[in-house]
Design a protein around this ligand. Structure first.
Ligand code: ADP
Ligand code: MG
Length: 364
């Protein structure tokens, strides 16, 4: 099974740059989630890996073999990949068995080998006994399993899944995520899974690549993205994170001393001295009766998961609303003092000046 590498891949649709200089590499048997808001280039990237689109610039490699780039173009059918779509794309008049068998017949496999592979994959995806059903006699989750079985039967090296759970309800989606993880562990294939839902990506993937407007923001483990976001966009997109503008006054040994208004904080971070963002989650905030690092005013509360999720607007610095669970209900306008016990500091780069739109983190 190959390592998948992209080197400086750029793709335009007429004058629109759908992908901009994207480079990354994931190891054999990884489970990569391509994550980002709608329109950020996820499907385009998947289609480039599949060979359904050509890059304008850059290279795509499986191990050291160039699939696309320079004068090389390996056609999709020779890449050893399987694709699974949101719409399942099953043959409606064929049975489960017929759907799985179709590609095997086209590939010229004999009857015994076909039967063996069908039995194997239907067991892997948990559809034993449903061989003779047609798609309309199956639930959404079962149809998605057939689509996956059909791909797996071809023993692909790489399986590409484009928002495969988007048509399922939330409960079934959680069950299918666990199933994808289990199935991935039973195969030798590398999975690339496209989603705009960060909870899906974090639940299923060994590696997550965050895309924004065609640019790769960060590739890392789910924990990397949560604890050490590379940019304010990633910080806001993952785990409903928040950011506040800070001034970085020292940078040493993976830590930053920052000024948040007139308060000094010493936190992990990688920002150089200058303007920065403090990135944090609700669990890093605590309300305190006196002092604290951030004076705020309560702007709203919602009862959620057994506590009052409280939205608080900083009153002495120019920052977006921050949120944390509080045990009690308060009147709007109540002054809430917050202490900050954790977080991560990033540089305020050219792509991230000004306050980011507050709703970016809630795009799902
Ligand atoms: N065939 C195409 N022709 C023109 N524009 C396209 C085409 N495919 C995608 N785009 C544009 O490229 C951008 C990225 O699209 P896409 O990769 O489908 O995003 P995502 O899957 O992340 O929602 C979007 O702005 C989209 O409108
Ligand atoms: Mg898409």
């Amino acid at each position: 099974m190959p390592r998948l590498s992209l080197k400086a891949v750029t793709k335009h649709f007429e004058r629109h740059r759908a992908l901009d200089d994207v480079s990354f590499s994931i190891p054999d048997r990884a489970f990569l989630a391509l994550l980002g808001p709608s329109g950020c280039g996820k499907t385009t990237l998947l289609r480039l890996i599949a060979g359904l689109e050509l890059p304008d610039q850059g290279e795509i490699l499986f191990d050291d073999q160039v699939m696309a780039g320079g004068h090389v173009f390996m056609p999709p059918e020779k890449r050893g990949i399987g694709m699974v779509f949101q719409s399942y794309a099953l043959w409606p008049t064929m049975t489960v068995r017929g759907n799985v068998e179709f590609g095997l017949k086209v590939a010229g496999l004999g009857a015994r080998e076909r039967q063996q592979r069908i039995d194997d994959v239907l067991e892997v995806v948990g559809l034993q006994g449903l061989n003779d059903r047609r798609p309309h006699e199956l639930s959404g989750g079962q149809r998605q399993r057939v689509a996956l079985a059909r791909s797996l039967a071809m023993r692909p090296k790489l399986i590409l899944l484009d928002e495969p759970l988007a048509n399922l309800d939330a409960h079934l989606r959680d069950a299918m995520l666990a199933e994808f993880r289990r199935i991935h562990s039973l195969t030798d294939a590398t999975f690339v899974f496209v989603t705009h839902d960060q909870d899906e990506a974090m639940a299923v993937a060994t590696h997550v690549a965050v895309l924004d407007r065609g640019c790769l923001q960060q590739l890392g483990t789910p924990e990397d993205l949560y604890r050490r976001p590379a940019s304010p966009m990633v910080a806001r997109f993952i785990g409903r994170g928040k950011t506040l503008p800070v001034r970085v006054v020292s940078a040493q040994g993976g830590r930053n001393r920052v000024m948040l208004g007139s308060e000094m904080l010493d936190l992990p971070g990688c920002a150089p001295v200058g303007e920065g963002w403090l990135c944090f989650h609700a669990s890093d905030l605590h309300s305190v009766s006196d002092g604290g690092h951030l004076k705020t005013e309560l702007v709203g509360q919602v009862f959620q998961n057994g506590a009052w999720l409280s939205h608080c607007l900083p009153s002495e610095i120019d920052g977006n609303v921050v949120s944390l669970p509080l045990a009690e209900q308060f009147a709007p306008g109540t002054r809430i003092n917050l202490a900050i016990s954790g977080g991560w500091v990033v540089e305020r780069g050219p792509a991230s000046h000004g306050i980011l739109p507050a709703d970016l983190a809630s795009v799902t």
